[in-house]
Design a protein around this ligand. Structure first.
Ligand code: AKG
Ligand code: FE2
Length: 353
């Protein structure tokens, strides 16, 4: 139970499904309108970018990145490029035999040994305490801080199944490498020296949220993750190949992001939106549940150090500065107090607010 009085207890969804798969408590039920229906026909237009070309400074690929960040705020990597192989080689996503599936299948008492404590941002459980009036998300999660390394708190790391900890570590170090490459490319397309963004982070922070969305008997009446934008610099997501769950906003429509085997899904976070003075957008996204299959995803959140200051780059300002200077730590921690809620948080960074 959270210590915050307006936070209600967040139930464990996997246990709810285990005890009665046909029952969905009222606090999870949402009303979906016509405009909430996904547009499958737009999925194939989501940009695909070759990260190996980017890291070699390929002009056309950098232009594609610029377009993708401007028009979609999201792109998928072409799997042949990034160490997609070594990522999958680490078997973080390998179906029922992988460490994550085994971890989530452990009895609740076992998982609760690393349960997220109140006021903590690591461990097994949901970060977002839901208030009595808000609807709850149909998902459980494991959240770990990876970088800088001194932020790791081993007390929250799973000790079972054997070897899982090492897989998480190896996967995350690969994601860090890919993320740093991407920050160099993002610096270039913003007209900066290629090391500028990374150095402004002071020390690149990285956290991993493993999302577990159990099957739901009435998937259209719940949401695995409510619409939100990420407060990150960028988020790098790995999703299982066989269940489509992620949907992103594009001109008022929800567009499903169909998994490409071994590919990464990358999205622009609020910090890049601020640095680019709004040219690159941190796009709202959500994850839906599936009727018969559980879905696992791995969201790696790359962000500036808490002391870093984020404000629009002078050369990105054409007419006026759309955002104020924010101290990243303050921006992040104030967002963590509330439940995921669309793009509401970045409004606090808008000039004039
Ligand atoms: O599961 C997904 O595809 C999305 C995850 C996500 O948006 C998040 O963890 O912030
Ligand atoms: Fe997200």
């Amino acid at each position: 139970m959270s210590s915050n009085p307006d936070m209600a207890y967040v139930p464990n969804v996997q246990e709810l499904v285990k005890s009665d798969p046909s029952q969905v408590p009222e606090k999870f039920l949402i009303i979906r309108n016509e405009e909430d229906e996904p547009r499958n026909d737009l999925s194939s237009r989501i940009p695909i970018i070759d990260l190996s070309l980017l890291s070699r400074g390929h002009k056309e690929e950098l232009d594609k990145l610029d377009q993708a960040c401007k028009e979609w705020g999201f792109f998928q990597s072409n799997c042949a490029c990034t160490g997609g192989e070594s990522l999958s080689g680490n078997r973080i996503v390998a179906g029922d035999e992988d460490g994550t599936a085994k971890f989530f299948e452990l009895p609740l008492e076992e998982k609760n040994k690393i349960r997220m404590a109140s006021g903590e941002f690591q461990g097994y459980g949901q970060l977002f305490g839901a208030s009595q009036v808000q609807k709850m998300d149909w998902s459980d999660a494991l959240l770990l801080s990876l970088y800088p390394e001194q932020n790791r708190n081993l007390k929250f790391w799973p000790t079972e199944p054997e070897g899982y900890k090492e897989v998480i570590e190896a996967y995350s170090s690969e994601v860090k490498r890919v993320g740093e490459e991407l920050l160099r490319s993002l610096s270039i397309i913003m007209g900066l020296e290629k090391h500028t963004l990374l150095s402004l982070h002071k020390e690149l922070g990285q956290a991993l949220r493993v999302n577990y969305i159990p099957p739901c008997s009435i998937p259209d009446k719940v949401l695995g993750l409510s619409p939100h934008s990420d407060t990150t610099t960028i988020t790098i997501l790995m999703q299982e190949d066989d269940v489509t769950g992620l949907q992103i906003q594009k001109e008022g429509e929800w567009v499903p992001v169909k998994p490409i085997p071994n590919a990464l899904v990358v999205n622009v976070g609020d910090a890049i939106e601020i640095w680019s003075n709004g040219k690159y957008k941190s796009i709202e996204h959500r994850a839906v549940a599936n009727k018969s299959k559980r879905r696992i995803s791995y969201a790696s959140f790359l962000c500036p150090h808490v002391d870093a200051e984020v404000e629009p780059f002078d050369n990105m300002v054409e007419t006026s500065r759309m955002y104020k200077k924010v101290r990243y730590g303050e921006y992040l921690f104030s967002s963590l107090k509330g439940k995921l809620k669309g793009k509401a948080h970045i409004e606090t960074a808008k000039a004039g607010n």
